[in-house]
Ligand binder design. Structure first.
Ligand code: ADP
Ligand code: MG
Length: 552
C-alpha cells in the first residue's frame, strides 16, 4: 500500500471546479454581481472620503444577454482595476483561492449543500463559461484600460483594452452545456432569487412605461409610452432601515414584496437590529398558523449584506422559529461550514438566543399592550409558542408570562391566573392542583358539562403538542397535574360537591352499571352513574389519564 499527497496543480483546477460545483452552477451570477456591487460600493466610499476624484453619481450594474454571440455581460461602474490589480487579484489570488477550495474539499467537506456557500467568487464563472474576458478601467487618474482573457486553462492574456469610463465589464462566453444562461427567463429568475435586495440598482433590459396623457390629447389617442431601464431589485429593503423610519404599512408592503403569492396578512412583525457583539438585521413575521405541524418551513430567507444566501435557516434560527417568515441578514454567520458545525459555533448560538429573546420580548409586549388583541391571535400563534416552550427552556421562562390557556367558554387565562382561579376547588387528596381540559368540545361535550356543573374550569387545549407541554409543566412545577375531562381523576377531586340528580333507585343504578360494564368489558374504563345537570348524560365512562396518554 502506498500513501501520498494529491498534488493540486493549477492545470487541473478548472475541470474540478466544474465537477464539484455541479449542483450549484447558477451561483456564478450571484458571485459576479456581488463583485460588481463591491466595486461600486468601494468607489462610493473612496469618493465620500475624497480619495477618488470622480463624480459618484447614480451608478448601476447591468446584466446583458447576447444570445446570438452566446455571451453574457455583467457591467459595473465601480472602481475598476489597473493592470497590476488584475495580475494581483485575478491571477494570483483567485488561483490560490481555487486551490484552497480544493484543499478544503479534500478535508471531507463532501456535503454538497455547503459548496454553494464557498464563495469561489470570480472563478465560479468558469462553471458556465468556456472563456471569460475582463474589460476594466480603474478610477485612478491616468489609468489605462486593460483587457484580460482566459479560456479556462492557466494561460491568460493581458493586453491594452478599450474603455471610456471607469468600471468593469465581465464577458462570459457561455459553454455548450450551459446555454440555459442565455435565456432571458432563466437570468431573470436568478436575478430575482439572489439579487432582489442588493444595494446597487441592477438593470436587466428595458421595459415600457405608460405616461399620463397630455391635457390636449383626444379621447382615442393612445397614451404615450417610453422605454425605461428595467431595474430588477429594491436597493433599500425595509430591514436595512431603522424601525423608527418605518410604519405598519411599510412592514406589510415589504411582506408582500417577499411573498408576492401570499395573500394572508401577517399577524405582526419583529424588527431585528443589533450590531454588538454580532451584526444582525432583519424582520420576522408571524404568519397565521394552523395546527398542522407540517406547515411549510424554509420561509425565512438568509442574506449576507443584502445578497441572498439560502432559505434554509436550520441550525441558525431555533427550530421552533422556522415556522415564521421574513429575512435575516448577517455577515457574521459562517456559511462555508456544515450545518452541524454551525450549531456548535459560538456566534451562531448567540444569534439564535438573541432571536429567541427578541421574539419572546415582542410577544410579551403585544400581550401587555393589548391583551384583547393578543387573545384573538392566540389560536394562530399558539403552535409556535407551545413548541418554543417545549424545546427552549429560556423561551419557556419568558413565555410563562404570556402563554394563554383558553377555557371551553372562550376565556383566556395565564397559568398564574388559572392557578388562582381553580386552587380552591380542583385539588386532589395529595393537595395537587388538577387542571381539567378538553381536547374536543363536541366529542367530550357531556364530560365538559358534568365538570362545569361541579364548578370546575375546563380548558380547551387542542394543539398537537400540548400533551408534551403538559408533561413538561407537570415535571417542572410542583403539585400540578393535567387531566382530560373524561379521565377518572375528575372524580377524585376532594372538594367537589355532589350535584347528581339521578332519578334511578339504588337497585336500578347497580343493574345499569353492571350492564354497561359488560358492554365496555372493563378495559381500564370506569362507569359512573350520575346525571349532572339537565342536559347531561345519565352516566359517564372514564379512563385514567395515564392510560389515555399511553395510547397517544
Ligand atoms: P472576493 O470577492 O471574495 O474578494 P473574487 O474571486 O470574487 O473574491 O474576486 C477577487 C478580486 O478581484 C476581488 O477582491 C476584487 O479585488 C477583484 N474584482 C473582481 N471583480 C471585480 C470588479 N467587477 N471590479 C473590480 N474588482 C473586481
Ligand atoms: Mg467575490
Amino acid at each position: 500500500m502506498a500513501t501520498g499527497k494529491i498534488n493540486v496543480s493549477v492545470e487541473n483546477i478548472f475541470p474540478l471546479i466544474k465537477k464539484f460545483l455541479y449542483s450549484d452552477h447558477e451561483i456564478f451570477l450571484r458571485e459576479l454581481i456581488s463583485n460588481a456591487t463591491d466595486a461600486t460600493l468601494k468607489l462610493k466610499h473612496l469618493a465620500a472620503i475624497g480619495e477618488a476624484k470622480v463624480d459618484y453619481g447614480h451608478p448601476i450594474i447591468e446584466v446583458k444577454v447576447d444570445k446570438e454571440g452566446k455571451k453574457l455581460h455583467i457591467i459595473d461602474q465601480g472602481i475598476g482595476m489597473t493592470e497590476e490589480e488584475v495580475k494581483k487579484y485575478i491571477n494570483d489570488i483567485a488561483f490560490s483561492g481555487a486551490e484552497e477550495f480544493l484543499n478544503k474539499y479534500e478535508d471531507g467537506a463532501k456535503d454538497s449543500g455547503i459548496i454553494g456557500h464557498f464563495g469561489l467568487g470570480f472563478y465560479s464563472a468558469f462553471m458556465v463559461a468556456e472563456k471569460v474576458e475582463i474589460l476594466t478601467k480603474s478610477y485612478k487618474k491616468d489609468a489605462e484600460p486593460v483587457h484580460w482573457s482566459c479560456d479556462g486553462s492557466p494561460n491568460f492574456t493581458l493586453t491594452e483594452g478599450k474603455k471610456e469610463d471607469h468600471g468593469t465589464e465581465i464577458i462570459l462566453h457561455i459553454a455548450e452545456d450551459s446555454t440555459e444562461f442565455l435565456e432571458d427567463n432563466r437570468i431573470s429568475e436568478l436575478l430575482k432569487k439572489y439579487n432582489k435586495f442588493m444595494p446597487i440598482p441592477i438593470k436587466f433590459g428595458t421595459k415600457t412605461e405608460t405616461l399620463p396623457k397630455p391635457e390636449d390629447a383626444k379621447e382615442d389617442d393612445p397614451a404615450p409610452t417610453q422605454e425605461v431601464d428595467n431595474i430588477i431589485n429594491n436597493p433599500d429593503p425595509a430591514w436595512t432601515k431603522q424601525p423608527t423610519e418605518l410604519e405598519e404599512k411599510d412592514y406589510k408592503e415589504f411582506y408582500r414584496e417577499l411573498y408576492p403569492m401570499q395573500f394572508e396578512e401577517p399577524l405582526f412583525h419583529i424588527h431585528l437590529n443589533v450590531d454588538y457583539p454580532f451584526n444582525l438585521t432583519g424582520i420576522l413575521y408571524f404568519p397565521k398558523l394552523t395546527n398542522d405541524l407540517n406547515i411549510q418551513k424554509d420561509k425565512i430567507q438568509l442574506y449576507q449584506n443584502q445578497v441572498f444566501v439560502t432559505d434554509n435557516v436550520e441550525g441558525i434560527v431555533p427550530e421552533f422559529l422556522t415556522m415564521l417568515r421574513g429575512v435575516i441578514d448577517s455577515p457574521d454567520i459562517p456559511l462555508n461550514v456544515s450545518r452541524s458545525y454551525l450549531q456548535a459555533d459560538g456566534a451562531v448560538k448567540k444569534i439564535a438566543s438573541y432571536i429567541t429573546r427578541k421574539v419572546a420580548d415582542k410577544l410579551n409586549s403585544l400581550f401587555k399592550d393589548n391583551r384583547e388583541d393578543f387573545e384573538k391571535k392566540w389560536n394562530d400563534i399558539k403552535i409556535v409558542i407551545e413548541y418554543g416552550m417545549l424545546s427552549e427552556d429560556k423561551f419557556y421562562d419568558k413565555a410563562e408570562k404570556f402563554a394563554l390557556y383558553p377555557t371551553v367558554d372562550g376565556d383566556y387565562f395565564t397559568f398564574e391566573e388559572l392557578q388562582e382561579k381553580v386552587k380552591d376547588k380542583q385539588t386532589d387528596k395529595d393537595d395537587k392542583l388538577v387542571i381539567l381540559y378538553a381536547s374536543d368540545k363536541e366529542a367530550q361535550h357531556s364530560y365538559i358539562q358534568a365538570a362545569k356543573a361541579k364548578g370546575y374550569e375546563v380548558l380547551l387545549l387542542d394543539s398537537p403538542i400540548i400533551g408534551h407541554l403538559m408533561q413538561k409543566m407537570e415535571t417542572s412545577k410542583d403539585k400540578v397535574s393535567f387531566a382530560r375531562v373524561d379521565a377518572d381523576q375528575v372524580d377524585n377531586l376532594i372538594k367537589k360537591e355532589d350535584t347528581a340528580i339521578s332519578k334511578l333507585s339504588d337497585e336500578e343504578k347497580e343493574k345499569l352499571k353492571s350492564n354497561l360494564e359488560e358492554v365496555i368489558e372493563n378495559k381500564g374504563y370506569t362507569v359512573q352513574l350520575e346525571a349532572m345537570d339537565s342536559d347531561a348524560s345519565p352516566f359517564i365512562i372514564t379512563e385514567p389519564e395515564f392510560m389515555r396518554r399511553m395510547k397517544e
